[in-house]
Design a protein around this ligand. Structure first.
Ligand SMILES: Nc1ncnc2c1ncn2[C@@H]1O[C@H](COP(=O)(O)OP(=O)(O)OP(=O)(O)O)[C@@H](O)[C@H]1O
Length: 247
């Protein structure tokens, strides 16, 4: 195994009835980098994330985190192995405060701790994601964007080595987008490896060290962002989507 590889995915597959949503997908993620997972709508990106985090059982394949296969494990076991995620459709505990939501991440994450330390960490993370004045608010009363921020803080509270972001930048206005991109960079700078599913292409160009492209369940390209986005097969996959949308 390459010493710097954090995650090695091989032969990952998932079928939903007649649909091969993920077909023998493989890629590797180096520690300390930001990887993009891109592709047209319905190409299988979220399903890959669901397989990596145990939300869905895989039909076949492996995903080794520092050599330890995640496939076949439950979401909480995977989280304990220092993999955290955010969801495309945000999931926060609406009746609990922002602070309590983040504390739960710390209390039940990879490095469980006492309440005092959890609260201290939560305050810091809440500040970092830009929710500094909302710690007491019930999470359910936050705007959608703030709920995304909260979900990120809670994911970070679990102390991940690998953070999976599912369209975390979607829906942000241009100013929020700048702040969001800086936040992702700062997460990487503190040593967390990031795999992000994203449709915001200039964020992919700016943030990602490498990009994996999927189309119709298949991995069709992998490489540097500029290289991959100029690949005719990738361009064709996205054009196909536009044509389908126009029809
Ligand atoms: N639980 C499920 N049951 C049945 N079909 C599913 C399920 N989850 C996803 N699919 C289908 O699998 C395919 C891949 O979906 P997936 O959500 O992984 O794509 P995606 O690349 O993340 O798309 P998007 O960019 O729109 O979020 C789609 O055709 C989708 O309808």
């Amino acid at each position: 195994m390459n010493a710097t590889m954090l995650l090695e995915v091989d032969g990952l597959s998932k079928r939903f009835g007649g649909l091969q949503a993920v077909n023998q997908v493989g890629f590797g993620i180096e520690e300390g980098q930001i990887y993009g997972l891109i592709g047209p709508n319905g190409s299988g990106k979220t399903t890959v994330m669901n397989l990596l985090t145990g939300e869905l059982p895989a039909d076949s394949g492996t995903a080794r985190l520092a050599g330890d296969n995640l496939i076949g494990r439950k979401p909480h076991e995977i989280n304990r192995r220092r993999v955290a995620r955010t969801f495309q459709l945000v999931r926060v505990l609406g009746g609990m405060s922002v602070r309590e939501n983040v504390m739960l991440g710390r209390l039940y994450g990879a490095e469980p701790t006492g309440k005092g330390a959890a609260m201290q960490d939560a305050e810091q993370l809440i500040e970092e994601v830009g929710l500094g004045n909302l710690a007491e608010q019930p999470a359910g009363q936050l705007t959608y964007i703030d709920q995304k921020r909260l979900e990120l803080a809670r994911a970070l509270a679990t102390r991940p080595r690998l953070l999976l972001l599912d369209e975390w930048l979607a829906g942000l206005n241009p100013t929020e987008l700048q702040v969001g991109m800086q936040l992702i960079e700062s997460i990487r700078d503190r040593g967390v490896t990031v795999l992000m599913v994203e449709h915001v292409m200039h964020a992919i160009r700016r943030l990602c060290d490498r990009v994996v492209v999927m189309n119709a369940g298949n991995r069709i390209a992998e490489g540097l962002p500029e290289e991959v986005l100029a690949d005719p097969e990738v361009v064709r996959a996205y054009l196909g989507e536009e044509e389908a949308a126009d029809a």
